[in-house]
Design a protein around this ligand. Structure first.
Ligand code: PLP
Length: 918
């Protein structure tokens, strides 16, 4: 075995003669000398002078601070370590450099290089450098007596006046720059510097390119450094910096500093970096190809896009001369900082993170993230747009990346589908209102004139109420009694709410007088925190909602609305009216508040453009004469709202629920958004003891008679009563809880069982309903009124199964109605219940969740539906201030909505057009 080589004895190479890339074998008369290509060099980690005694395929980690003996190659890891020597040999090889040094970060590398300077030295540096580089330069300027000139290095001529034959000690360049991708002619500037200040050192930060795409030593640079945290390692699992050079003296000087300060790369990180470099070329090939696609896509949409691969990119020819690829960082401008923030926040696959070079794609806003350390005035002076979005492309499937970016652009309102052009087009930011309106008119109508009509169902708990508090799985399903919400634009700078069914509550506020100062805007990419902003809530209650204590339901509904409005619209502040009505009895345990929360959240998210609908399917006509193409929605209106939109709505509906109830389980709003049925357990018996919410697969829509006993309930007292019983009679209650858990499980199984006939299913559910109710009676949560309903429905000739639903003690009972149950019998039963002063509703359970009236409906259909309220027939509402505002959307729709009788509301809403559902 060859003895390990002392790194200090590596022969010096004349810097003027560029080193040749290593060759596969020594020259031989029969085999010509052919240098390996780059990816081969990357993958082949071999150091002939450091053979492993066991022939290990991967370089061992010498996790040792010290080495025994005297005068050997290694004694102390701060000065040298075999794993590090391997890495440095490898880096030098792929960088076509004589020497490589590796340190703990990219900034550590720059620090080592800057320590070559002495007080009085002058540095010429670019004006679009990485923020951290600026910070360190500012530090040495103020603490090291070094003069730093920031110059636009994209024009070599602007560097010339600053080159001083003796004072200029260093020229620091970056190309392409980050994040504007400006190109610097490293070769031309190096030549100019060498001619005018022969002792000056040209240093290049090559992080954006890596040695694969650009090797500045070959273009006259003296020292090159990389943040190996980026492409060289490639996985964002370590911090490292590498320095390469050909000059012995510089290497000796920097190695001395590294040894003195002790920031050489640690053995474990050396190992990881070595492993990362093996795939450098492979990763970058993929990343670059995708970057080109993404840049072309954004450029095609009309965004100002910065990427050297675009034909019009300034300095493209220079870049092609000194580099062999365009890299995987690009940036684009939207023209509106808030819009950029929304885009960054809406992206899912693109992670919000500083840094780049990872196999995962990243999105960021340099001015608020990586370049935030540069003060705003300097950023502005250097032409760094505040709205700039930087994309760092990873190795994911390019189609997924573009899909995700497109969805984020849609969600942020940066692009919208244009029906006539049948493609997405850019929505210009508000700075160019008029043009924007013109563009919008071609497509979906003016954004601010868009009226949104939404609806969401209530819920019934089929099995497991009360027991759910103790960890038992509960089954809840949507009930086809719905809340409806209508957002109608206003143009008078006011925001208003109207809850016609809750004391005809109407209130309007001047948007400017709302407590905007109390709002802590949600940061880019962040969600609303788990905990509500109590200060904001208190401020709303003490300000815009002061008073109204006698109508607490309307007051809390308005509070939830205003809370979301303030948080979602900090920048946009749209003026509109939100009217909500419902066919659900309020306070009967049927989830009326969650369906309101869902409607309010959806309307607010739509108006604030925090969510948007996907484009309609292709028009079925290609007739260019057709001004409004007929849009065929092939799925019958169902399942049109994408899951991402539904999830966003659900998060905000949950926030509204928290405002309304303090500590809701989240099941009501989830049912209101997703529809169907859900199984839910707090940590306890269900789902193997874990808390969670799961859709009940295969749930078949069922007919239920819901009967409101009209007896008010005190949920807290009822829940506390069960708790007290559990404490006093634990065995009894635990037994009941176990029994209810098995009822829930049995019901889930039956509902999902494809083998079970409809008749068998209804029979099984009937038995489970009876059983569950008996347990609830034992728990003490029934009520004489509920028992009367139960007895009435169970009596001959009906023989139906009924159970209380929700907290009990009043509220509603649910009665399963078999498919073959005679209509006359049902009518008779309903009449009997009405006679007993109850309010029965025949409804289906397990149907659609959130619905949005299609904005793609041909206008004539909307006109027809409005015909039900011909202007002459509309009686103005009694509530003052409700007269329609000029230009406020379609006032007829709002008036009709507010005047519909409760019993006609659902049918009227259905007739308005096509509803799109989750
Ligand atoms: N140079 C450039 C161009 C960078 O982007 C970075 C980090 O983002 C650095 C240097 C500093 O590298 P490190 O974070 O590894 O210290």
């Amino acid at each position: 075995m060859a003895p390990p080589i002392d790194p200090k004895t590596i022969p010096a190479i004349d810097p003027k003669v560029p080193p040749e890339l290593p060759t596969p074998e020594p020259e031989s008369p029969v085999r010509s000398r052919k240098p390996y290509r780059f990816s081969t060099l990357c993958a082949t980690v071999e150091n002939p002078d450091q053979k492993d005694q066991y022939g290990s395929s991967s370089v061992p980690i010498y996790q040792s601070a010290t080495f025994k003996g005297v005068g050997n190659a290694y004694d102390y890891s701060r000065s040298g370590n075999p794993t590090r020597s391997h890495l440095e040999h490898h880096i030098a090889k792929i960088s076509s450099a004589t020497h490589a040094l590796t340190v703990s970060s990219g900034m550590a590398a720059l620090d080592i290089i800057l320590r070559i300077l002495k007080p009085g030295d002058e540095v010429i540096a670019g004006d679009d450098l990485y923020g951290g580089t600026n910070r360190l330069l500012t530090y040495i300027k103020s603490h090291g007596g070094v003069v730093v000139h920031h110059v636009d290095t994209t024009t070599p001529a602007s560097v010339l006046p600053f080159i001083h034959p003796t004072k200029t000690a260093m020229v620091l360049l970056e190309s392409p720059t980050n994040p504007l991708l400006k190109i610097v002619d490293i070769a031309a500037i190096s030549k100019d510097v060498k001619e005018r200040a022969p002792d000056a050192i040209v240093v290049v930060d090559n992080t954006m390119m890596s040695p694969y795409l650009q090797r500045p030593l070959e273009h006259g640079a003296d020292i090159v450094y990389d943040s190996a945290t980026k492409y060289l390692s490639g996985h964002h699992d370590l911090m490292a910096g590498v320095i390469t050079c050909n000059r012995d003296d510089l290497k000796q000087q920097m190695a001395f500093t590294i040894n003195s300060v002790g920031n050489a790369l640690a053995p474990n990180d050396c190992f990881l970096l070595l492993r990362g470099t093996k795939t450098l070329a492979l990763r970058l090939d993929r990343q670059q190809a995708t970057s080109q696609l993404v840049a072309t896509y954004l450029h095609g949409l009309g965004f100002t896009t910065h990427y050297p691969g675009l034909p019009n990119h300034p300095g493209r020819e220079i870049h092609e001369r000194i580099a062999s690829g365009n890299g995987a960082v690009l940036s684009f401008e939207t023209g509106d900082k808030e819009m950029s923030e929304r885009i960054v926040g809406a992206a899912r696959l693109w992670g919000i993170s500083v840094s780049f070079g990872c196999v995962n794609s990243l999105i960021s806003m340099p001015c608020v993230m990586s370049h935030a350390s540069i003060d705003p005035a300097t950023r502005a002076a250097r032409g760094l747009p505040e709205d700039l979005i930087r994309l760092c492309v990873g190795i994911e499937d390019p189609a997924d990346l573009i899909d995700d970016l497109e969805q984020a652009l849609i969600d942020a309102g940066a692009i919208a589908f244009n029906v006539q052009q049948n493609k997405y087009i850019r929505v210009l930011p508000s700075t160019n209102e008029e043009l924007n309106r013109a563009v919008q008119k071609l497509g979906l109508g003016e954004p601010d004139d868009q009226e949104w009509f939404v609806s969401a169902p209530g819920k019934v708990i089929l099995f497991g109420e009360h027991a759910v508090v103790h960890g038992v799985t509960a089954l809840a399903a949507s009930v086809d009694l719905r809340c409806y919400g209508l957002a109608t634009p206003r143009n008078d700078g006011k925001i208003s709410v109207h809850f016609a069914d809750i004391d005809n509550f109407y209130r309007e506020w001047d948007i400017n007088t709302l407590p905007w100062d109390a709002v802590t805007p949600i940061a880019v990419g962040q969600e609303h925190p788990d905990v509500l902003d109590q200060v904001l809530i208190d401020t709303i209650v003490a300000g815009p909602l002061q008073g109204f204590d006698e109508i607490p339901k309307a007051k809390t509904a308005a509070l939830a609305f205003l809370y979301m409005y303030l948080l979602l619209n900090h920048s946009k502040r749209p003026s509109f009216n939100f009217s909500a009505r419902g066919t659900l009895p309020v306070g009967a345990g049927l989830g009326s508040s969650a369906s309101f929360s869902t409607c309010a959240a959806t309307a607010l998210l739509l108006v604030s453009r925090a969510i948007s609908l996907p484009p309609p399917p292709q028009p079925t006509t290609t007739d260019p004469a057709a001004t409004v193409p007929h849009v065929h929605v092939s799925h019958g209106g169902r399942r049109f709202i994408p899951p991402t939109v539904a999830e966003r709505v659900n998060k905000w509906a949950f926030i509204s629920e928290k405002v309304l109830h303090g500590n809701p389980s989240g099941i009501d709003n989830s049912v209101a958004v997703f529809g169907g049925a859900l199984a839910y357990a707090r940590a306890g018996f269900g789902f193997g003891g874990k808390a969670g919410m799961h859709p009940v697969q295969g749930f078949k829509s069922l007919r239920f008679l819901l009967t409101n006993s009209k007896v008010p309930r005190d949920t807290k007292k009822l829940v506390a009563g069960v708790g007290a019983l559990k404490a006093s009679e634990p065995e009894l209650v635990d037994g009941i809880l176990k029994a209810i858990q098995s009822i829930s499980e049995e019901a889930r199984r039956a509902l999902a069982d494809p083998e079970l006939s409809r008749e068998q299913l209804l029979c099984a559910l009937s038995a489970l309903i009876r059983e569950n109710h008996e347990h609830l009676v034992t728990l003490g949560v029934s009520h004489p009124s509920l028992e009367t309903i139960r007895a009435t429905t169970a009596a001959a000739p009906y023989g139906l199964s009924t159970k209380l639903t929700g907290a009990g003690g009043g509220g509603c009972a649910v009665t399963l109605v078999p498919d073959d149950f005679q209509t006359e019998a049902l009518d008779k039963l309903i009449a009997e219940l009405v006679q007993e002063s109850f309010v029965p509703y025949l409804t289906s359970v397990g149907g659609s969740g959130l619905g949005i009236l299609s904005p793609y409906t041909p206008p004539n259909l909307v006109q027809q539906s409005h015909a039900v309220v011909a202007p002459g027939q509309v009686t103005p509402p009694e509530t003052p201030g409700l007269a329609p505002h000029p230009g406020a959307g379609d006032p007829l729709l709002r008036l009709a909505f507010e005047k519909q009788s409760m019993s006609d509301l659902a049918q009227w809403a259905d007739g308005l057009g096509r509803w799109l559902y989750v």
